[in-house]
Ligand binder design. Structure first.
Ligand code: SF4
Length: 404
């Protein structure tokens, strides 16, 4: 049972409200750039991206500490932000600190240290300014805290390991839902299967009516155990194509023996505008009632969603969310961590702050990716990586701008 330290902390150390008020946060790219600025400032003797591993209560933990100086015994965790630091809420700071201390616990074990200096470094990208929050901690107290987090996560991890086993057994013996393939659909499916197992890239052109959705989804799912894939992302450029994929999964499920036992967690990710229950409010506890206490009620909602046994569509998630009085959109974001197949827009993998890309990196997942109508990626990519400057707004701001 392997788990990234960050995932462990996000699972076991988050509480309170949803809150994005300390945004505008830097983009993923800016965040990486910010880390590099600080790491380069530290100079000789410092190690950046310091690899840490360890075992705690049967869990194999791994992660990378941002900066470590073995000579002075200082471990640093960098958090980039923009704007007033006081806007970062106490429970968000608590999560950052929990992560730093978890790294500290692993480091003390790994390097046989009795004490460690810890620094949570908030780096303001706009002002190029560091604000460190430092403390010194004992190895035994750090380890005790780590055990508490692992204790909270362990039951879930055991359930997840069991789920993975059941999922892989079912997928390896997956049955095609029709008696026969359509002409050339078998060839398509075989090509996708072989390619998935060997981990290659494939560009396919196939005519309408050949049955591409099932002809690619079926073999990609079936190959997941052999390819040791953790996740499969089915990405589309249109909502109607997303619905086709959801229907294809349902058709697959119905064609299997004992379809009521279906250990393939499938999630349909929809846009925030479509899932939000309070479009007139902001995503924090002082504005939206579904953000208030979100993380306190999330564990029960997450457990229910994980056991749902059906595709987590927008409607299914909305029903679960309402039962726990939490936001359905952010429940879906959470479930992206725990589902095997995620069906969503291409921006979920390719945007600058793409959820699936971020989770794949964070958790070292092996993720298979199927992209429907991939020729649209050029245009969609332009949209994702371009900025629009409004002339009216620019002229208005120019009047009040200080001298360069
Ligand atoms: S319901 Fe809407 S406003 Fe409220 S937290 Fe969810 S997305 Fe944000």
């Amino acid at each position: 049972m392997k788990v990234a330290v960050r995932t462990l902390c996000e699972f076991a150390a988050r509480e309170g409200d949803l809150d994005f008020r300390y945004t505008p946060a830097p983009s993923a790219e800016e965040g990486i750039a910010g880390h590099q600025v600080i790491q380069s400032k530290r100079g000789y003797g410092y190690k950046s991206e310091y690899s840490l591993t360890g075992k705690c209560l049967g869990l194999e933990l791994y992660g990378r500490a941002d900066v470590y100086n073995p000579h002075s015994g200082l471990l640093e965790e960098i958090k980039t932000h923009r704007g007033d630091l006081s806007r970062i809420r106490p429970h968000q700071r608590a999560l950052h600190r929990a992560q730093l201390r978890a790294y500290g616990a692993l480091l003390c074990r790994q390097e046989n240290r009795k004490t460690l200096k810890l620094a949570l470094v908030y780096f303001d990208m706009g002002k190029n300014r560091e604000t460190p929050v430092t403390e010194t901690a004992r190895a035994d107290e750090l380890w005790q805290e780590l055990e508490t987090l692992c204790e909270r996560y362990r039951l879930w991890a055991e359930q997840e390991a069991h789920h993975r086993e059941q999922r892989d057994i079912r997928l390896a013996g997956l049955r095609f839902p029709f008696a026969q393939f359509r002409p050339r659909q078998r060839q398509l499916a075989e090509t996708v299967y072989k390619n998935t197992v060997k981990g290659g890239s494939l560009l396919l052109e196939a005519p309408t009516g050949l049955g591409k959705t099932l002809g690619t989804l079926f073999p990609a799912l079936m190959a997941m155990p052999a390819a040791a894939h953790d996740k499969l992302a089915y990405l589309t450029c249109r909502n109607t194509a997303r619905q086709l994929a959801v229907d294809a999964v349902e058709r697959l499920r119905a064609a299997q023996d004992a379809p009521q036992i279906w250990p393939l967690r499938t999630l349909e990710l929809v846009a925030k505008a479509d899932a939000c229950e309070h479009p007139d409010k902001a995503c924090h506890g002082d504005s939206c009632p579904l953000a208030k206490g979100f993380f306190d009620r999330l564990p029960d909602a997450r457990a229910e969603a994980a056991q749902a046994g059906t595709t987590l569509t927008q409607d299914v998630l909305a029903t679960i969310a309402v039962g726990h009085n939490i936001c359905p959109y952010f429940l879906a974001q959470e479930m992206a961590r725990w589902c095997d197949l995620v069906i969503g827009d291409v921006n979920r993998m390719f945007d600058q702050a793409a959820l699936l890309h971020g989770l794949t990196r964070q958790n070292n997942w092996k993720t298979g990716v199927l992209i429907d109508e991939a020729h649209n990626l050029v245009d969609r990519g332009r949209g994702m990586y371009s900025v629009q400057l409004d002339q009216q707004r620019l002229l208005k701001v120019k009047k009040t701008a200080p001298k360069a």
